[in-house]
Write a protein that binds this ligand. Structure first.
Ligand code: HEM
Length: 394
Protein backbone atom coordinates (compact mmCIF):
# COMPACT_ATOMS: atom_id res chain seq x y z
CA UNK A 1 0.00 0.00 0.00
CA UNK A 2 1.41 3.45 -0.88
CA UNK A 3 1.54 5.71 2.10
CA UNK A 4 0.50 9.35 1.90
CA UNK A 5 0.85 11.99 4.56
CA UNK A 6 -2.89 11.87 5.22
CA UNK A 7 -2.45 8.23 6.33
CA UNK A 8 -0.30 9.34 9.25
CA UNK A 9 -2.20 10.39 12.35
CA UNK A 10 -1.14 11.97 15.65
CA UNK A 11 -1.70 10.16 18.89
CA UNK A 12 -5.24 11.23 19.84
CA UNK A 13 -5.73 12.52 23.36
CA UNK A 14 -8.74 14.84 23.18
CA UNK A 15 -11.75 13.21 24.82
CA UNK A 16 -14.09 16.09 23.94
CA UNK A 17 -17.36 16.36 25.88
CA UNK A 18 -17.42 12.72 26.96
CA UNK A 19 -14.32 12.38 29.12
CA UNK A 20 -14.94 8.77 30.12
CA UNK A 21 -14.82 7.69 26.48
CA UNK A 22 -11.64 7.26 24.44
CA UNK A 23 -11.14 10.01 21.80
CA UNK A 24 -13.93 9.66 19.21
CA UNK A 25 -11.57 10.09 16.26
CA UNK A 26 -10.00 6.69 17.04
CA UNK A 27 -13.06 4.99 15.67
CA UNK A 28 -12.77 6.74 12.29
CA UNK A 29 -9.37 5.15 11.63
CA UNK A 30 -8.51 1.79 10.22
CA UNK A 31 -7.77 -0.77 12.98
CA UNK A 32 -4.07 -0.52 12.11
CA UNK A 33 -2.93 2.98 11.22
CA UNK A 34 0.31 4.94 10.89
CA UNK A 35 1.10 7.03 13.92
CA UNK A 36 3.31 10.04 14.49
CA UNK A 37 4.62 10.32 18.04
CA UNK A 38 5.05 13.78 19.61
CA UNK A 39 8.83 13.69 18.92
CA UNK A 40 8.17 13.26 15.18
CA UNK A 41 9.05 9.54 14.97
CA UNK A 42 6.52 7.36 13.23
CA UNK A 43 5.08 3.98 14.17
CA UNK A 44 1.74 2.22 14.30
CA UNK A 45 -1.49 2.43 16.25
CA UNK A 46 -3.67 -0.63 16.81
CA UNK A 47 -7.29 0.01 17.78
CA UNK A 48 -9.30 -3.18 17.20
CA UNK A 49 -9.73 -5.91 19.80
CA UNK A 50 -8.61 -8.72 17.50
CA UNK A 51 -5.45 -6.96 16.29
CA UNK A 52 -4.61 -5.82 19.82
CA UNK A 53 -4.68 -9.41 21.00
CA UNK A 54 -2.77 -10.58 17.95
CA UNK A 55 0.10 -8.13 18.54
CA UNK A 56 0.21 -8.72 22.30
CA UNK A 57 0.44 -12.49 21.75
CA UNK A 58 3.08 -12.28 18.99
CA UNK A 59 6.71 -12.88 20.05
CA UNK A 60 7.91 -10.83 17.07
CA UNK A 61 6.91 -7.73 19.06
CA UNK A 62 9.27 -6.78 21.87
CA UNK A 63 8.50 -5.17 25.25
CA UNK A 64 12.10 -4.14 25.89
CA UNK A 65 12.37 -0.80 27.63
CA UNK A 66 15.09 0.66 25.43
CA UNK A 67 12.89 0.31 22.32
CA UNK A 68 9.69 1.59 23.84
CA UNK A 69 8.02 4.72 22.54
CA UNK A 70 5.32 6.43 24.51
CA UNK A 71 3.30 9.52 23.66
CA UNK A 72 4.01 10.87 27.15
CA UNK A 73 6.81 11.01 29.70
CA UNK A 74 7.35 7.81 31.64
CA UNK A 75 9.41 7.24 34.77
CA UNK A 76 12.02 5.89 34.65
CA UNK A 77 13.15 7.03 31.21
CA UNK A 78 13.46 4.29 28.59
CA UNK A 79 16.73 2.40 28.98
CA UNK A 80 17.59 -1.27 29.32
CA UNK A 81 15.44 -2.61 32.13
CA UNK A 82 17.13 -3.27 35.44
CA UNK A 83 17.50 -6.97 36.24
CA UNK A 84 14.17 -8.18 37.62
CA UNK A 85 12.00 -5.49 35.93
CA UNK A 86 10.48 -8.09 33.67
CA UNK A 87 7.57 -5.97 32.38
CA UNK A 88 10.21 -4.48 30.07
CA UNK A 89 12.01 -7.71 29.13
CA UNK A 90 11.45 -10.35 26.45
CA UNK A 91 11.75 -14.15 26.63
CA UNK A 92 13.67 -15.95 27.96
CA UNK A 93 14.56 -13.45 30.73
CA UNK A 94 10.96 -12.37 31.09
CA UNK A 95 9.68 -15.90 31.73
CA UNK A 96 12.38 -16.77 34.24
CA UNK A 97 11.56 -13.77 36.44
CA UNK A 98 7.81 -13.95 35.95
CA UNK A 99 7.69 -17.61 36.93
CA UNK A 100 9.46 -16.90 40.21
CA UNK A 101 7.06 -14.08 41.05
CA UNK A 102 4.00 -16.09 39.99
CA UNK A 103 5.13 -18.65 42.57
CA UNK A 104 4.64 -15.91 45.19
CA UNK A 105 1.16 -14.82 44.06
CA UNK A 106 -0.39 -17.92 45.61
CA UNK A 107 -4.09 -18.43 46.33
CA UNK A 108 -3.09 -18.83 50.00
CA UNK A 109 -1.35 -15.45 50.06
CA UNK A 110 -4.23 -13.73 48.26
CA UNK A 111 -6.72 -15.29 50.72
CA UNK A 112 -4.57 -14.16 53.63
CA UNK A 113 -4.57 -10.65 52.24
CA UNK A 114 -8.38 -10.35 52.04
CA UNK A 115 -8.95 -9.72 55.78
CA UNK A 116 -6.01 -7.28 55.82
CA UNK A 117 -7.42 -5.38 52.82
CA UNK A 118 -10.79 -5.28 54.58
CA UNK A 119 -9.14 -3.88 57.73
CA UNK A 120 -7.14 -1.29 55.78
CA UNK A 121 -10.28 -0.24 53.88
CA UNK A 122 -12.36 -0.03 57.07
CA UNK A 123 -9.69 2.14 58.72
CA UNK A 124 -9.81 4.59 55.80
CA UNK A 125 -13.61 4.68 55.85
CA UNK A 126 -13.38 5.52 59.55
CA UNK A 127 -10.84 8.33 58.94
CA UNK A 128 -13.12 9.78 56.25
CA UNK A 129 -16.02 9.71 58.68
CA UNK A 130 -13.97 11.41 61.35
CA UNK A 131 -12.72 14.09 58.95
CA UNK A 132 -16.33 14.72 57.87
CA UNK A 133 -17.48 15.84 54.43
CA UNK A 134 -16.27 17.07 52.05
CA UNK A 135 -13.16 14.93 51.61
CA UNK A 136 -10.94 14.28 48.61
CA UNK A 137 -11.51 10.59 47.98
CA UNK A 138 -8.21 10.31 46.09
CA UNK A 139 -6.07 11.35 49.08
CA UNK A 140 -8.30 9.83 51.75
CA UNK A 141 -9.05 6.47 50.15
CA UNK A 142 -7.96 5.65 46.60
CA UNK A 143 -4.21 6.34 46.89
CA UNK A 144 -3.39 5.10 50.41
CA UNK A 145 -5.21 1.75 50.26
CA UNK A 146 -3.27 0.18 47.33
CA UNK A 147 -0.04 1.60 48.75
CA UNK A 148 -0.64 -0.12 52.11
CA UNK A 149 -1.62 -3.35 50.35
CA UNK A 150 1.72 -3.33 48.55
CA UNK A 151 3.41 -2.77 51.94
CA UNK A 152 1.63 -5.92 53.17
CA UNK A 153 2.66 -7.84 50.08
CA UNK A 154 6.32 -6.83 50.28
CA UNK A 155 6.56 -6.97 54.07
CA UNK A 156 7.38 -3.26 54.62
CA UNK A 157 7.57 -2.86 58.42
CA UNK A 158 4.92 -0.65 60.07
CA UNK A 159 7.56 1.90 61.09
CA UNK A 160 8.58 2.52 57.44
CA UNK A 161 5.11 2.74 55.94
CA UNK A 162 4.72 6.52 56.16
CA UNK A 163 8.07 6.91 54.35
CA UNK A 164 7.13 4.30 51.74
CA UNK A 165 3.78 5.96 51.06
CA UNK A 166 5.33 9.43 50.81
CA UNK A 167 8.05 8.38 48.37
CA UNK A 168 5.61 6.32 46.26
CA UNK A 169 3.42 9.41 46.01
CA UNK A 170 6.47 11.48 44.94
CA UNK A 171 7.34 8.88 42.32
CA UNK A 172 3.86 8.91 40.86
CA UNK A 173 3.35 12.67 40.89
CA UNK A 174 4.12 13.22 37.25
CA UNK A 175 3.37 16.93 37.41
CA UNK A 176 6.51 17.45 39.51
CA UNK A 177 9.90 18.00 37.81
CA UNK A 178 11.37 14.78 36.34
CA UNK A 179 14.36 15.04 38.71
CA UNK A 180 12.01 14.76 41.70
CA UNK A 181 10.40 11.57 40.35
CA UNK A 182 13.83 10.15 39.51
CA UNK A 183 15.11 10.95 42.99
CA UNK A 184 12.08 9.17 44.53
CA UNK A 185 12.71 6.21 42.21
CA UNK A 186 16.34 5.92 43.30
CA UNK A 187 15.42 6.41 46.94
CA UNK A 188 12.84 3.63 46.84
CA UNK A 189 15.28 1.45 44.94
CA UNK A 190 17.86 1.67 47.70
CA UNK A 191 15.20 1.39 50.42
CA UNK A 192 13.93 -1.84 48.84
CA UNK A 193 17.43 -3.22 48.54
CA UNK A 194 17.94 -2.60 52.27
CA UNK A 195 14.61 -4.28 52.97
CA UNK A 196 15.57 -7.35 50.92
CA UNK A 197 18.90 -7.61 52.75
CA UNK A 198 17.03 -7.47 56.09
CA UNK A 199 14.79 -10.37 54.97
CA UNK A 200 17.81 -12.71 55.04
CA UNK A 201 18.09 -12.28 58.81
CA UNK A 202 14.43 -11.66 59.63
CA UNK A 203 12.23 -13.40 57.09
CA UNK A 204 8.49 -12.81 57.26
CA UNK A 205 5.49 -14.33 55.52
CA UNK A 206 5.77 -11.86 52.63
CA UNK A 207 6.75 -11.93 48.96
CA UNK A 208 10.24 -10.50 49.29
CA UNK A 209 11.05 -13.07 52.00
CA UNK A 210 9.64 -15.78 49.74
CA UNK A 211 11.84 -14.70 46.83
CA UNK A 212 14.90 -14.48 49.10
CA UNK A 213 14.16 -17.99 50.43
CA UNK A 214 13.90 -19.32 46.84
CA UNK A 215 17.58 -18.44 46.53
CA UNK A 216 17.33 -18.06 42.74
CA UNK A 217 17.81 -14.31 42.49
CA UNK A 218 20.30 -11.71 43.64
CA UNK A 219 19.15 -9.19 46.26
CA UNK A 220 19.17 -6.51 43.58
CA UNK A 221 16.86 -8.55 41.35
CA UNK A 222 14.45 -9.14 44.24
CA UNK A 223 14.49 -5.43 45.12
CA UNK A 224 13.76 -4.47 41.51
CA UNK A 225 10.82 -6.87 41.46
CA UNK A 226 9.52 -5.11 44.56
CA UNK A 227 9.84 -1.79 42.75
CA UNK A 228 8.04 -3.23 39.73
CA UNK A 229 5.14 -4.33 41.94
CA UNK A 230 4.99 -0.87 43.47
CA UNK A 231 5.02 0.91 40.11
CA UNK A 232 2.64 -1.50 38.37
CA UNK A 233 0.24 -2.02 41.26
CA UNK A 234 -0.15 1.29 43.07
CA UNK A 235 -1.14 4.01 40.63
CA UNK A 236 -3.27 1.64 38.55
CA UNK A 237 -5.43 0.35 41.39
CA UNK A 238 -5.63 3.82 42.97
CA UNK A 239 -6.95 5.34 39.75
CA UNK A 240 -9.47 2.56 39.24
CA UNK A 241 -10.81 3.29 42.74
CA UNK A 242 -10.92 7.06 42.13
CA UNK A 243 -12.18 7.07 38.55
CA UNK A 244 -14.48 4.11 39.22
CA UNK A 245 -16.16 6.00 42.07
CA UNK A 246 -16.49 9.10 39.87
CA UNK A 247 -18.07 6.95 37.16
CA UNK A 248 -20.54 5.38 39.58
CA UNK A 249 -21.51 8.75 41.06
CA UNK A 250 -22.14 10.22 37.61
CA UNK A 251 -24.18 7.21 36.38
CA UNK A 252 -27.05 7.18 38.88
CA UNK A 253 -28.97 4.28 37.32
CA UNK A 254 -25.91 2.04 37.50
CA UNK A 255 -25.13 3.25 41.02
CA UNK A 256 -28.67 2.40 42.15
CA UNK A 257 -28.43 -1.05 40.55
CA UNK A 258 -25.18 -1.79 42.41
CA UNK A 259 -26.45 -0.37 45.71
CA UNK A 260 -29.59 -2.46 45.57
CA UNK A 261 -27.70 -5.64 44.62
CA UNK A 262 -24.21 -5.75 46.16
CA UNK A 263 -23.73 -9.23 44.65
CA UNK A 264 -23.13 -7.37 41.37
CA UNK A 265 -19.80 -6.07 42.76
CA UNK A 266 -17.54 -8.57 41.00
CA UNK A 267 -19.25 -7.99 37.69
CA UNK A 268 -19.22 -4.24 38.25
CA UNK A 269 -15.45 -4.29 38.77
CA UNK A 270 -14.98 -6.16 35.50
CA UNK A 271 -17.23 -3.79 33.57
CA UNK A 272 -15.55 -0.72 35.06
CA UNK A 273 -12.17 -2.16 34.04
CA UNK A 274 -13.39 -2.54 30.46
CA UNK A 275 -15.29 0.73 30.27
CA UNK A 276 -12.54 2.89 31.79
CA UNK A 277 -9.37 1.09 30.61
CA UNK A 278 -7.09 3.39 32.58
CA UNK A 279 -3.85 2.29 30.84
CA UNK A 280 -5.16 4.71 28.26
CA UNK A 281 -2.16 5.25 26.00
CA UNK A 282 -2.05 1.50 25.73
CA UNK A 283 0.73 -1.03 25.72
CA UNK A 284 3.95 -0.31 23.80
CA UNK A 285 5.76 -2.83 21.63
CA UNK A 286 8.45 -2.76 18.93
CA UNK A 287 8.71 -5.05 15.90
CA UNK A 288 11.83 -7.23 16.11
CA UNK A 289 11.48 -8.24 12.46
CA UNK A 290 9.29 -7.31 9.48
CA UNK A 291 5.72 -8.36 10.25
CA UNK A 292 2.75 -8.44 7.90
CA UNK A 293 -0.39 -7.52 9.75
CA UNK A 294 -3.83 -6.75 8.37
CA UNK A 295 -2.39 -6.33 4.88
CA UNK A 296 0.30 -3.85 5.94
CA UNK A 297 4.02 -4.22 6.51
CA UNK A 298 5.31 -3.28 9.94
CA UNK A 299 9.07 -2.97 9.53
CA UNK A 300 11.67 -4.26 11.98
CA UNK A 301 12.31 -1.51 14.53
CA UNK A 302 8.91 0.16 14.12
CA UNK A 303 7.19 1.06 17.40
CA UNK A 304 3.59 -0.08 17.85
CA UNK A 305 1.10 1.39 20.35
CA UNK A 306 -1.77 -0.92 21.23
CA UNK A 307 -4.71 1.27 22.21
CA UNK A 308 -6.32 -0.80 24.96
CA UNK A 309 -9.28 1.60 25.55
CA UNK A 310 -10.23 1.51 21.86
CA UNK A 311 -9.92 -2.30 21.80
CA UNK A 312 -12.23 -2.49 24.83
CA UNK A 313 -14.86 -0.42 22.99
CA UNK A 314 -14.64 -2.44 19.77
CA UNK A 315 -18.20 -2.98 18.45
CA UNK A 316 -17.00 -6.13 16.65
CA UNK A 317 -16.23 -7.67 20.05
CA UNK A 318 -18.65 -6.11 22.58
CA UNK A 319 -22.39 -5.42 22.37
CA UNK A 320 -23.14 -1.70 22.94
CA UNK A 321 -19.51 -1.09 23.95
CA UNK A 322 -20.06 2.59 24.73
CA UNK A 323 -22.71 1.76 27.35
CA UNK A 324 -21.72 1.12 30.97
CA UNK A 325 -23.68 -1.94 32.06
CA UNK A 326 -22.65 -3.26 35.46
CA UNK A 327 -24.96 -6.25 35.10
CA UNK A 328 -23.52 -7.26 31.70
CA UNK A 329 -20.82 -9.84 31.09
CA UNK A 330 -17.71 -7.99 29.95
CA UNK A 331 -15.57 -11.14 29.56
CA UNK A 332 -12.55 -10.91 27.31
CA UNK A 333 -11.58 -7.27 27.87
CA UNK A 334 -7.90 -6.32 27.57
CA UNK A 335 -7.71 -3.79 30.45
CA UNK A 336 -5.02 -6.05 31.99
CA UNK A 337 -3.30 -6.60 28.65
CA UNK A 338 -2.96 -9.96 26.95
CA UNK A 339 -0.27 -12.53 26.20
CA UNK A 340 2.85 -13.22 28.22
CA UNK A 341 2.85 -9.80 29.90
CA UNK A 342 -0.77 -9.92 31.01
CA UNK A 343 -1.08 -8.29 34.42
CA UNK A 344 0.32 -10.50 37.15
CA UNK A 345 -1.51 -8.58 39.90
CA UNK A 346 -4.97 -8.72 38.35
CA UNK A 347 -6.52 -10.98 41.01
CA UNK A 348 -5.21 -8.72 43.74
CA UNK A 349 -6.45 -5.61 41.92
CA UNK A 350 -9.90 -7.17 41.56
CA UNK A 351 -10.02 -8.02 45.28
CA UNK A 352 -8.99 -4.48 46.26
CA UNK A 353 -11.63 -2.93 43.99
CA UNK A 354 -14.42 -5.25 45.07
CA UNK A 355 -13.69 -4.57 48.75
CA UNK A 356 -13.17 -0.83 48.15
CA UNK A 357 -16.33 -0.09 46.13
CA UNK A 358 -18.47 -2.34 48.35
CA UNK A 359 -17.28 -0.62 51.53
CA UNK A 360 -17.77 2.88 50.12
CA UNK A 361 -21.33 2.25 48.96
CA UNK A 362 -22.29 0.34 52.12
CA UNK A 363 -20.75 2.75 54.64
CA UNK A 364 -21.78 5.97 52.86
CA UNK A 365 -25.28 5.26 51.48
CA UNK A 366 -25.64 8.93 50.48
CA UNK A 367 -22.18 9.32 48.92
CA UNK A 368 -22.19 12.02 46.22
CA UNK A 369 -19.90 14.42 44.42
CA UNK A 370 -19.22 17.60 46.38
CA UNK A 371 -18.55 19.57 43.16
CA UNK A 372 -19.97 19.77 39.69
CA UNK A 373 -18.75 16.76 37.61
CA UNK A 374 -17.20 19.21 35.10
CA UNK A 375 -15.00 20.56 37.90
CA UNK A 376 -13.41 17.18 38.68
CA UNK A 377 -9.85 17.38 37.28
CA UNK A 378 -9.10 14.43 34.99
CA UNK A 379 -5.69 12.84 34.42
CA UNK A 380 -5.92 12.86 30.64
CA UNK A 381 -2.25 13.80 30.31
CA UNK A 382 -0.96 11.01 32.59
CA UNK A 383 0.12 7.49 31.70
CA UNK A 384 -2.69 6.18 33.88
CA UNK A 385 -6.07 7.85 33.37
CA UNK A 386 -8.09 8.84 36.42
CA UNK A 387 -9.05 11.79 38.57
CA UNK A 388 -6.52 14.07 40.25
CA UNK A 389 -9.03 14.89 42.96
CA UNK A 390 -12.50 13.66 43.82
CA UNK A 391 -14.28 15.85 46.37
CA UNK A 392 -17.14 13.81 47.83
CA UNK A 393 -19.78 14.38 50.51
CA UNK A 394 -22.43 12.20 52.17
C1 HEM B 1 1.26 -5.76 33.75
C2 HEM B 1 -2.87 -3.20 34.07
C3 HEM B 1 -2.83 -3.75 38.93
C4 HEM B 1 1.44 -6.00 38.63
C5 HEM B 1 0.12 -5.04 33.43
C6 HEM B 1 -0.31 -4.74 32.08
C7 HEM B 1 -1.45 -4.01 32.17
C8 HEM B 1 -1.76 -3.86 33.57
C9 HEM B 1 -2.27 -3.45 31.00
C10 HEM B 1 0.39 -5.21 30.77
C11 HEM B 1 1.45 -4.25 30.30
C12 HEM B 1 2.06 -4.65 28.96
O1 HEM B 1 1.61 -5.60 28.33
O2 HEM B 1 3.01 -3.99 28.54
C13 HEM B 1 -3.20 -3.12 35.41
C14 HEM B 1 -4.41 -2.49 35.92
C15 HEM B 1 -4.39 -2.65 37.28
C16 HEM B 1 -3.18 -3.38 37.63
C17 HEM B 1 -5.48 -1.81 35.07
C18 HEM B 1 -5.37 -2.20 38.34
C19 HEM B 1 -6.64 -2.06 38.15
C20 HEM B 1 -1.69 -4.44 39.26
C21 HEM B 1 -1.33 -4.85 40.60
C22 HEM B 1 -0.11 -5.45 40.52
C23 HEM B 1 0.28 -5.45 39.12
C24 HEM B 1 -2.17 -4.61 41.85
C25 HEM B 1 0.74 -6.08 41.60
C26 HEM B 1 0.76 -5.72 42.85
C27 HEM B 1 1.76 -6.11 37.28
C28 HEM B 1 2.98 -6.72 36.79
C29 HEM B 1 2.94 -6.64 35.40
C30 HEM B 1 1.68 -5.99 35.06
C31 HEM B 1 4.09 -7.34 37.66
C32 HEM B 1 4.01 -7.15 34.42
C33 HEM B 1 3.68 -8.52 33.93
C34 HEM B 1 4.66 -9.04 32.89
O3 HEM B 1 5.37 -8.26 32.25
O4 HEM B 1 4.73 -10.27 32.74
N1 HEM B 1 -0.79 -4.51 34.32
N2 HEM B 1 -2.49 -3.64 36.47
N3 HEM B 1 -0.70 -4.83 38.39
N4 HEM B 1 1.00 -5.68 36.22
FE1 HEM B 1 -0.80 -4.77 36.35
Amino acid sequence: MTETLSDIYDFPTDRGDTPLDPPAELFDRPPLSRLQYPDGDTGWLVTSHSLARAVLADPRFSSRAEFRKSPIRVIPDPQPAKPGMFIALDPPDHGRYRKLLTGQFTVRRMNQLIPRIEEITAAHVESMRQAGPPVDLVQAFALPIPSLVICELLGVPATDRAYFQRESANLLRLDSPPEEARRAFEDLESYLLGLVVSKHGQPGDDMLSGLVADGELTDEEVANMGLLLLIAGHETTANMLGLGTFTLLTNPDQLTALRSDPSLAENAVEELLRFLTIVHFGAARTALEDVELDGRLIKAGDPVSIHLPAANRDPMRFVDPERLNLAGTPAGHVAFGHGIHQCLGQQLARIEMRIGFTALLREFPTLRLAVDPDDVPLRDDMAIFGVHKLPVAW
